[in-house]
Write a protein that binds this ligand. Structure first.
Ligand code: NAD
Length: 427
C-alpha cells in the first residue's frame, strides 16, 4: 500500500493539545460500545486494508473514535472539518500525534482555509469518501473531477447532505454510489432527535447562560432535530412555540402539546429562537424587524443560512462580542439582538456536539456503510442508497445488548400468526 500523504502533513491549531485530546477521546469511547465491538472484528478481519478514505466530518471526540476503528480495520484516512467552527483542536492534535493521521482542521478557520483543507484531504487520492453536508463530494465533482475514476463510493452523515446528493443524482451528476447514513433509523431517530435536542440546548446555554425556565422558546421546524430541541426546551421549563411549513409535522407538534404559529407571529413574542430545518432565511429580516429587545437567535441546521445574518447586519449599527460565541447586534432603533455561535450549528460551535452514546450508533452506520460499499460497489451506480435494513437492525440489537436491555422474541406461534391472512375474527 502506498501512502499518498506523509503523516506529518497536517494543518491543525496546536499539536501541544494532543494529550488533552487523547483523554477526551477515551472518555467519549466509554459510551461507544458498539464501535468497540466493531473494532474487535476490524482488527481480525482488516476489511479496509489498502483503502484510502477522505473524511469531511465535525472533528470531535466521537469522530476520533470512528477514525480509530477504521484505522484498526486497515484504512488510511485523511480528515478535514465539515464546518469551520466545529473542530475541537485538542482532538485534531490527538489524531495527528497518536494516530499519525493527516488532519486539516482548525476551529474558526476562514472559508478559504476550510476549502483548502478539503483540497488537502482530496490530495490523498481517496477510494472512499465520508462526508457530512456534501462539501467534499461537491468539490470532488467540480474542482477535482480527475479523481472521480478512483472513487469506489461514499457515505453521507446528515439530512442536508442527503438532500444535496439526491438533487445531484436526479440531474445524473453523481459519479459514484453514496449511502445515506442519515436515513438509517439508528441514525436519525436518535442522533438527530436526542443528540441534537440535548446538545443544542447545551450550546445555547453555554453561549448565553440564560435560564430556560419561563422563557418563550421558538423552534423553527418540527423535523427530527427540531423535535428534540422542542422536547428538551419544554423539559427545562420554557414555553415552546413551533413554526412549520409541512402540515403533517405541524399537526404532530400540536398533538405533542406545542403552540404552532407562523414565524411572523412567533417573532413578536419569542425570547429565544432556534431553527433546525435545513432551509434558508427561516428567520428573515421581516421577522427580526418585529423582535423584542434582547431576543437570542441560534441555529442548529447544517449551514449558517437559517438566520438571515446579512439582513441583520444591514439593520445593525454596532456588533459587539459580549461573550465567547455570543454577538450583540445593536439595531438602528436601539434594540439589541443576540446571535449565538455566529449562526452556525450552535451545538458544535458553542458546545461539544452530540453526546457519544448516540454517535456510537451513527458511526457504527458509517463504518458498516463503508464496508458495504467495498463489498457491493459493483452492483451500485451513481445514486443515493439507503442503509440496508438488516444492518440497521443489527446496530439496534448491538446497542441494546451493550446497554444491558433484553427484549422478547417472537414465538413460533406468533411468527406463524403474523404471516397468516386467513385468521380474522374468531367464531
Ligand atoms: N446540529 C446538528 O448536530 C445536526 C444533526 C443532524 C442534522 N442536522 C441538520 O439539521 C437540519 C434539519 O435536519 P432534520 O433531520 O431535522 O430534517 P427534517 O427533514 O427531519 O426536518 C426539517 C423540517 O423543517 C421544516 N421546514 C423547512 N423549511 C421550513 C421553514 N421555512 N419554516 C419552518 N419549518 C421548515 C420541514 O418541513 C421539516 O419538517 C439539516 O440541515 C440537518 O443536516 C444538524
Amino acid at each position: 500500500m502506498t501512502t499518498a500523504v506523509h503523516p506529518k502533513n497536517y494543518d491543525i491549531a496546536d499539536i501541544g493539545l494532543a494529550e488533552r485530546g487523547r483523554f477526551r477521546m477515551q472518555w467519549a469511547a466509554k459510551e461507544m460500545p458498539v464501535l468497540d465491538l466493531l473494532e474487535d472484528r476490524y482488527r481480525r478481519e482488516r476489511p479496509f486494508e489498502g483503502i484510502r478514505m477522505a473524511a469531511a466530518m465535525h472533528v470531535t471526540s466521537e469522530t476520533a473514535n470512528l477514525m480509530r476503528i477504521l484505522i484498526a480495520g486497515g484504512a488510511e484516512i485523511a480528515l478535514c472539518a465539515s464546518n469551520p467552527l466545529s473542530t475541537q483542536d485538542d482532538i485534531a492534535a490527538a489524531l495527528v500525534s497518536h494516530y499519525e493521521m493527516p488532519v486539516f482542521a482548525i476551529k474558526g478557520e476562514s472559508t478559504t482555509q476550510y476549502n483548502q483543507h478539503i483540497n488537502h484531504v482530496l490530495d490523498t487520492e481517496p477510494h472512499l469518501t465520508m462526508d457530512d453536508g456534501m462539501d467534499l463530494v461537491a468539490m470532488l465533482h467540480t474542482q477535482r473531477n480527475s479523481l472521480l475514476d478512483g472513487i469506489i463510493g461514499g457515505t453521507e452523515e446528515t439530512t442536508t447532505g442527503v438532500i444535496r446528493l439526491r438533487a445531484m443524482a436526479a440531474q445524473g451528476r453523481l459519479a459514484f454510489p453514496v449511502i445515506a447514513v442519515n436515513d438509517a433509523m439508528t441514525k436519525h431517530f436518535f442522533d438527530n432527535r436526542y443528540g441534537t435536542g440535548q446538545s443544542t440546548l447545551d450550546g445555547i446555554i453555554r453561549a448565553t447562560n440564560v435560564l430556560m425556565a419561563g422563557k418563550t422558546f421558538v423552534v423553527g421546524g418540527y423535523g427530527w432535530c427540531s423535535k428534540g430541541i422542542a422536547m428538551r426546551a419544554k423539559g427545562m421549563g420554557s414555553h415552546v412555540i413551533v413554526t412549520e411549513v409541512d402540515p403533517l409535522r405541524a399537526l404532530e407538534a400540536v398533538m405533542d402539546g406545542f403552540q404552532v404559529m407562523p414565524m411572523a407571529e412567533a417573532a413578536k413574542v419569542g425570547q429565544i429562537f432556534c431553527s433546525a430545518t435545513g432551509d434558508i432565511n427561516v428567520i428573515d429580516r421581516r421577522h427580526i424587524e418585529d423582535m423584542r429587545d434582547g431576543a437570542i437567535l441560534a441555529n442548529s441546521g447544517h449551514f449558517d443560512v437559517e438566520i438571515n445574518l446579512r439582513a441583520l447586519e444591514d439593520m445593525t449599527t454596532k456588533i459587539t462580542r459580549v461573550r465567547d460565541f455570543l454577538d450583540e447586534y445593536t439595531l438602528a432603533d436601539g434594540r439589541r439582538i443576540y446571535v449565538a455561535g455566529e449562526g452556525r450549528l450552535v451545538n458544535l460551535a458553542a458546545a461539544e456536539g452530540h453526546p457519544s452514546a448516540v454517535m456510537d450508533m451513527s458511526f457504527a452506520n458509517q463504518a458498516l456503510a463503508a464496508e458495504y460499499l467495498l463489498k457491493h460497489s459493483e452492483e451500485m451506480t451513481g445514486n443515493v442508497y439507503d442503509m440496508p435494513e438488516s444492518l440497521d437492525r443489527q446496530i439496534a440489537a448491538l446497542k441494546l445488548k451493550a446497554m444491558g436491555v433484553e427484549i422478547d422474541t417472537l414465538t413460533e406461534e406468533q411468527e406463524a400468526y403474523l404471516n397468516e391472512w386467513t385468521l380474522g375474527t374468531a367464531e
